[in-house]
Design a protein around this ligand. Structure first.
Ligand code: AMP
Length: 358
C-alpha cells in the first residue's frame, strides 16, 4: 500500500519507520529540500498549495494523511477529490485554529479556561477587562512550540501586544495556574473503535516539550478518555489524535488538540505494545488497531538544538536514541531519547544519566 504524507519532518519519518515493516511505501510532499523524512520514502518537493504536485501525489498513492495541521483547508479539499484523506478536512479546520478548537470544546462540554477572540488592539483591551490578568495572548493559527504567544502580566504587557504578535487574529486566554500538563494520545479506527494510551505527564521549557513520562493508573485517565472520545466521535475522526490538558484542582482544562501523531507519544515506539505511529497507519488503512498497553516503564527526553554523541547515548543501558537527520539549530527538535526499563527505580537511574547528556 502506498501512503502519501503531507509534511516530511520527523513525524513523517517515524511514520515510515513504523509502516515499512507492514509493507507500506511512503511519498512525502514537503517544500523543504532537506525534508528529513525523504530518507525513508519518495519526496515531492513542492508547496502545499501547488495543485500540479498535489495531483501527482494523489495519483500515486492509496490514501493521504498528514504529519502537521497547518495545511491550508483548500489543500485538503483539493486532495479529497482524488484520494481518501485521513483525518478529515473538518478535523484539520478545527485543530489549526485555536478559536475553533476552544469553541468545539465548549460545545462538547469539555472544560476550558475563559477565552475571547481578539482581532485588534481595541478588542484586546476589552477582552482584558473581562478575562483579567495574567492572561495569554496567542495567534489563532500557525503557533507551535510556544511561538506566536505572549504572556500578559500587567497593563504594560497589554499595550501594543496585538501588533507584537503580527496584528493577526488572536485569542486571549486566562493564564492557567496548573499543577501539571498531561496529554492523551488516542486512535480511532475506520470502524469507530477507539483505543487510548496511558496519560502522559509533560514538562515544557520556553514552550517546547522537554520530558514526557507516561503514567500508571492515572486518576484522570477515564475522564481524559471521555473527553477525547467525544471529540473523536463528533468529528468522525480516523487516525491518531493528541489532546493536551492542564491539570487544575484535581480536574482537567482542555488546552489543544493535534490531529496527528504527537511528540508526547514518541515513548510508545519502545514503551507500548503498538506505537502511535503504527496505530495511526493501522487506523487510516483500515487494519485492526494494535494494543496501547505499556511495556515496562518509560520516559522520553527531546534533543533540542543538538543530539548528544551516539557513543554516550548507546552507553546508557536502557536508552533508545532517535536522531532525526536534521541540521542542528538552536531551539529545533533534532532527536529524542527514550528510556525503557523494567522498574521505576531503574528508570529513574537511567533517566538521570540521559538528563546529564542534554
Ligand atoms: P500551546 O502552544 O498552547 O500548547 O502552549 C505552549 C505551552 O505554553 C503550554 O504547554 C503551557 O506550558 C503554556 N501555556 C499555554 N497556554 C497557557 C495558559 N492559558 N496558561 C498557562 N500556561 C499556558
Amino acid at each position: 500500500m502506498k501512503i502519501g504524507v503531507i509534511g516530511g519532518g520527523q513525524l513523517g519519518r517515524m511514520l515510515a519507520l513504523a509502516g515499512t515493516p507492514l509493507g507500506m511505501q511512503f511519498i512525502f510532499l514537503d517544500p523543504a529540500v532537506d525534508a528529513c523524512a525523504a530518507a525513508l520514502g519518495a519526496h515531492i518537493c513542492a508547496d502545499y498549495n501547488d495543485h500540479e504536485h498535489l495531483r501527482q501525489l494523489a495519483d500515486q498513492v492509496d490514501l493521504v494523511t498528514f504529519e502537521f495541521e497547518n495545511v491550508p483547508a483548500e489543500t485538503v479539499a483539493f486532495l479529497s477529490q482524488y484520494v481518501p484523506v485521513f483525518p478529515c478536512a473538518e478535523a484539520l479546520r478545527i485543530a489549526r485554529d485555536r478559536l475553533n478548537e476552544k469553541t468545539l470544546f465548549q460545545q462538547l462540554q469539555i472544560p476550558v479556561a475563559p477565552f475571547a477572540a481578539v482581532d485588534s488592539q481595541q478588542a484586546l483591551d476589552a477582552a482584558v477587562q473581562t478575562i483579567g490578568l495574567p492572561a495569554v495572548l496567542k495567534t489563532r493559527t500557525l503557533g507551535y512550540d510556544g511561538k506566536g504567544q505572549k504572556v500578559l502580566l500587567n497593563s504594560a504587557d497589554v499595550d501594543n501586544a496585538f501588533a507584537e504578535l503580527g496584528s493577526v487574529p488572536c485569542i486571549l486566554e486566562t493564564f492557567v495556574h496548573f499543577t501539571g500538563e498531561v496529554s492523551l494520545i488516542a486512535v480511532r479506527a475506520r470502524d469507530g473503535e477507539i483505543r487510548a494510551y496511558p496519560l502522559v505527564h509533560n514538562t515544557h521549557e520556553q514552550g517546547i516539550l522537554r520530558l514526557s513520562l507516561p503514567s500508571t493508573d492515572h486518576a484522570l485517565q477515564s475522564l481524559a478518555e471521555a473527553y477525547v472520545t467525544s471529540v473523536l466521535e463528533h468529528l468522525n475522526y480516523v487516525g491518531v489524535l493528541a489532546f493536551e490538558f492542564f491539570e487544575v484542582d484535581g480536574g482537567l482544562r482542555a488546552n489543544e488538540i493535534a490531529p496527528r501523531v504527537h511528540n508526547s507519544g514518541h515513548w510508545t515506539i519502545e514503551g507500548a505494545e503498538c506505537s502511535q505511529f503504527e496505530n495511526h497507519l493501522r487506523a487510516v488503512t483500515g487494519l485492526p488497531l494494535g494494543s496501547t498497553a505499556k511495556l515496562g516503564e518509560s520516559a522520553m527526553i527531546n534533543f533540542i538544538g543538538t543530539v548528544p554523541a551516539i557513543e554516550q547515548l548507546a552507553a546508557i543501558a536502557d536508552c533508545h536514541p532517535h536522531h532525526y537527520g536534521k541540521a542542528f539549530k538552536l531551539g529545533r527538535k533534532v532527536g529524542h531519547g527514550t528510556i525503557r526499563s523494567q522498574t521505576v527505580q531503574q528508570l529513574t537511574e537511567q533517566l538521570e544519566k540521559l538528563k546529564a547528556l542534554v
